[in-house]
Design a protein around this ligand. Structure first.
Ligand SMILES: Cc1cc2nc3c(=O)[nH]c(=O)nc-3n(C[C@H](O)[C@H](O)[C@H](O)COP(=O)(O)OP(=O)(O)OC[C@H]3O[C@@H](n4cnc5c(N)ncnc54)[C@H](O)[C@@H]3O)c2cc1C
Length: 399
């Protein structure tokens, strides 16, 4: 039976990034990494690389720079120079500015399909081999590792299995890893929009009674829309004709970017906060959306997972010659716990605070936004959290 050192299950944004973060060190150690993914790279149906775009934090740029990938990714990354946060129908508003924060950009918006292409092209085939298309159908703990069964009944063994198969991970369930699920009773509608005026690198976060929306700048003066609405309402918006959709969106967003001219394909994502109750076991790590899936409005899910990836790669490469021992995995998890708790808390609180219609909460939110603008330290804290720099001293010093 074939044996590898690491089996990464899921070649989405997180699984592929882990392979990249490990490959140079793995080569030096003679480790073999196997990446298993059901969809061929570039296939637009792959969950990680679908029509979505991701807001990458400044911290994420720094990590990809260290991996030598930013030059490629940056070719189609739109810098966010300002974030405009507002509450529809209220006075509260705040503006975060890259210049004021002392960074070249508050973040970058990249189409997932482009990001995926850059990641897969960066893989060193001498160290990382892949089975694609292939799906893991069963995982079994054995002495010193895991036995992995693919859907074509191929079997192999590994010292360390990394579960990066997404938020609906069937394998997590198979292994008896419980999750805490908090449904938001909302879906995110995503689509690309062409505005009438130049977006100039501005990102908009707008909170409305029906749910928060984000409009993020993309290359070629397009914008990526993430519009959160109650399930039925989101379904209706996904189905109405283009003119009605644009009229409704314009009514909610206003004319900050002139008349909205065109909308691309619309897709829906039902939203819940999902947290795995275990992230490490001997010879096993749960990573990415399989470990924690967040509400997308604060644009933090992938950025957090990439910090997990970097931390895990560092721990493994500083650990024993054979990966998978529990103390190393526990040390990794302990190191990331604070970052995970703060980022999940930040996303969840922002979502709840700005998603509530209750007058007192709405008033507090209004004061909060005004307060952010009046109190530079609070605003700075918010900006750092949004940039993905909040809990990482190593990333902080450069910004
Ligand atoms: C609408 C929306 C907008 C978002 N915007 C942002 C943003 O702006 N910024 C941000 O930081 N985050 C954002 N996120 C979150 C981000 O998309 C996720 O954090 C990220 O996709 C997680 O990647 P992943 O690789 O863990 O999981 P996935 O993207 O789900 O990938 C899992 C991979 O595993 C594969 N797989 C599944 N089952 C198996 C199996 N049995 N065997 C082998 N492979 C398998 C799948 O094919 C897939 O490629 C957003 C999320 C949503 C829903």
């Amino acid at each position: 039976m074939n044996r590898v050192n690491l089996a990464i299950i899921g070649g989405g944004l997180v699984g592929a990034s882990l392979a990249l973060a490990l490959q140079a060190g793995a080569k030096a150690r003679g480790w073999k990494i196997l990446l298993i993914e059901p969809f061929a790279p570039g296939d637009s149906f792959q969950p990680s690389y679908d029509a979505r775009s991701s807001a990458l934090s400044f911290g994420t740029r720094q990590i990809y720079e260290q991996l030598g990938l930013w030059q490629a990714i940056g070719r189609r990354a739109e810098p966010i120079t300002q974030i405009h946060v507002s509450d529809r129908g209220r006075f509260g508003t705040t503006r975060l500015d890259a210049g004021q924060e002392g960074v070249p950009a508050l973040g970058y918006v990249v189409e997932n399909a482009w990001l995926g292409q850059c990641l897969w092209q960066g893989l060193d085939r001498d160290v990382v081999s892949w089975r694609c298309p292939a799906e893991v159908s069963a995982l079994q703990a054995i002495e010193g590792g895991y036995r992995v069964r693919l859907n074509d009944d191929t079997l192999f063994e590994c010292d360390l299995a990394v579960l990066a198969d997404g938020g609906r991970s069937g394998l997590r369930e198979q292994l008896g890893i419980h999750v805490r699920t908090t449904p938001y009773q909302q879906s995110a509608l995503i689509a690309n929009i062409t505005p009438g005026e130049a977006h100039g690198g501005q990102a908009f976060e707008r909170f409305t009674e029906a749910g928060p929306m984000a409009l993020l700048p993309l290359p070629e003066n397009r914008c990526a829309l993430v519009w959160t609405r109650q399930g039925m309402d989101a379904q209706r918006l996904a189905e109405v004709d283009e003119r009605s959709f644009l009229r409704e969106l314009q009514g909610v967003f206003g004319y900050r970017l002139g008349a909205l001219r065109q909308v691309g394909a619309r897709h829906l994502y039902p939203l819940s906060l999902v947290e795995a109750q275990e992230q490490v076991r001997p010879h096993l790590v749960v990573l990415g959306n399989a470990a924690h899936s967040l509400h997308p409005i604060a644009g933090q899910g992938f950025n957090l997972s990439l910090r997990d990836v970097q931390s895990l790669a560092e721990a493994l490469l500083a650990g024993p010659a054979i990966p998978g021992d529990l103390p190393t995995l526990q040390a990794y998890h302990r190191r990331q716990q604070l970052d995970q708790a703060l980022t999940i808390g930040f996303s969840d609180q922002v979502t709840r605070l700005f998603g509530s219609n209750q007058p007192l909460v709405a008033a507090a939110r209004n004061l909060g936004l005004l307060g952010l603008d009046l109190l530079p330290p609070a605003k700075r804290w918010f900006a750092r959290q949004a940039m993905g720099l909040g809990t990482r001293p190593d990333l902080r010093s450069k910004a």
